[in-house]
Design a protein around this ligand. Structure first.
Ligand code: HEC
Length: 169
């Protein structure tokens, strides 16, 4: 491609407003979204408030913590279900690990997954108003895994807006 042609291409892209989307570096910088739902890891979630911890028995042997954004925490406090649009819940998980310092203590080992639920009753009308995302090492897992989320949450937690976790006071 000669310089003149390259400039003409850039001009055309800019004119069409597609330059940002077409630029490979910009595309790479976008946070990876889950298949089906397009859910991303929310910014700053590690600073969110704790809703409740959970333990998962063998074979997974995990310690979990569910965190919520402000909309989620307010809804839990008011006991308001269904959760309003804008609610985001994040579940962190680690392998259970015996403490090296104290025999009966169990502590978080290696992190395993981060899972996200985003409430948008219009966008996710077909899945109870929730969009789902499961991330390992910050990257979304495959579509097959994302097909399981709604089915289990809807089957087992339907009476609580598809959310299992209750607020632990
Ligand atoms: C076989 C059942 C099952 C499947 C499949 C499942 N979950 Fe869950 N999920 C649970 C249970 C049970 C909890 C309660 C917390 C715990 O025990 O870890 C939970 C909790 C959560 C929470 C915290 C909010 C809540 O409902 O308590 C999020 C976020 C979440 N899951 C996301 C996902 C995503 C994303 C997927 C799909 C990739 C998924 N889940 C698939 C059973 C399931």
């Amino acid at each position: 491609m000669n310089t003149l042609h390259a400039l003409a291409c850039m001009g055309a892209l800019l004119a069409a407003g597609t330059f940002v989307a077409a630029h490979p570096d910009t595309r790479k910088a976008l946070p990876a979204a889950s298949p089906i739902y397009g859910v991303t890891l929310p910014e700053g979630y590690r600073q969110w408030e704790l809703i409740a911890p959970a333990l998962e028995a063998a074979p997974l042997d995990e310690i979990r913590a569910v965190l919520g954004n402000k909309t989620a925490v307010d809804a839990y406090r008011r006991g308001a279900q269904p959760f309003p649009d804008g609610t985001v819940l994040v579940k962190l998980a680690w392998k259970q690990q015996a403490s090296a310092e104290f025999a009966t203590a169990t502590e978080p080992g290696a992190p395993t997954t981060v899972q996200v639920m985003v409430k948008d009753s219009k966008k996710y009308a077909a899945t109870g108003g929730w969009g789902y995302g499961r991330f390992v090492d910050g990257k979304p897992v495959d579509e097959a895994q994302h097909r399981t989320c709604f089915a289990c949450h809807e089957a087992r937690a339907k009476g609580h807006d598809d959310v299992f976790t209750r607020y632990a006071p």
